[in-house]
Design a binder for this molecule. Structure first.
Ligand SMILES: [Zn+2]
Length: 278
């Protein structure tokens, strides 16, 4: 019976995705009812003091970061922990973009820094929080594991770097969380894709459907959060009632080129456009 309900729900969402987007109009209307945010100065805070590292040691990543005043400030502050950058004035939709859960995946942190430079000084309809490096130390040294654990398997463990992110998302009352990664050719999933779950947050699927359509990413949907990937940032977020998606671009670990950066950046832009923030 439960399965039948899921299938029905799934079919409904597939056939009614435009309707889902229309449902989102509630948020959109709210956003449109306020005037476009005045240009705001980005605000940087450190949200986890256990993770600091010198990003400038990752010379490959640095090659793809435009050295604006803001970018230099973020890289400097990341020595002391996980930086959080805020754009907007708190009105309209609130979203959180996360990169660098895996320090050996370089496209998403580069794309997040590109997004930060893109948003700086821009008028937006809503609030965008960006964490470009969840674990600056790992991104600095292209490391995947944190104290012997995969950071994307311990978001349900109190105090872990990804758990700090979920708690932050709850505290900030974000409408959604986008977690951006890269996958190796031949790996899992090994293709440009967007992961989502239907239960308990069908909006996760609705967001993923939109990003998939806009960026040509494969749409991957799991029926229930926490089943296939317990402890994943996306799953733990969905289980907490915060709609979340995981976006993947193809890139060999520890490598980077401009097209990978742009693929990840375009997924981030699509995530923001779903909420009509841009
Ligand atoms: Zn990853």
């Amino acid at each position: 019976m439960f399965q039948k309900i899921l299938i029905f729900l799934s079919l409904f969402l597939i056939s009614a995705s435009p309707v889902s987007a229309a449902n989102n109009t509630t948020t959109i209307t709210t956003a449109n009812s306020v005037s476009t945010s005045p240009v705001t100065t980005a605000k940087i805070t450190i949200i986890n003091k256990a993770t600091g590292g010198d990003i400038s040691k990752n010379s490959l990543l640095m090659n793809y970061i435009k050295k604006t005043v803001l970018a230099k400030q973020i890289i400097s502050k990341a020595k002391y922990g996980t930086p959080l950058i805020k754009f907007g004035n708190g009105k309209g939709p609130i979203v959180l973009i996360v990169a660098g859960v895996h320090g050996n995946e370089l496209p998403a942190p580069a794309a997040a820094m590109k997004l930060i430079n893109y948003l700086n000084g821009k008028s937006i309809k809503g609030t965008v929080y960006v964490v470009p490096f969840v674990i600056p130390y790992n991104t600095a040294h292209k490391l995947r594991y944190w104290h012997g654990k995969n950071p994307n398997e311990i978001a349900n463990i109190y105090g872990s770097p990804t758990n700090v992110i979920v708690n932050l998302a709850a505290k900030l009352h974000v409408n959604a969380l986008g977690d951006f990664h890269s996958t190796q050719p031949g790996g899992v999933p090994g293709k440009k894709s967007v992961f989502s779950t239907l239960v308990p947050t069908p909006k996760s699927y609705s967001i993923a459907w939109y990003i998939s359509k806009k960026t040509g990413s494969n749409l991957i949907m799991y029926k229930k959060a926490g089943t296939e990937y317990p402890g994943a940032l996306e799953d733990v977020s969905n289980l907490r009632g915060i709609p979340a998606v995981t976006c993947e671009v193809i890139s060999t670990h520890g490598t980077l080129n401009l097209s990978k950066v742009n693929n990840s950046f375009n997924q981030m832009i699509a995530f923001l456009k779903y909420f009509k923030i841009l």
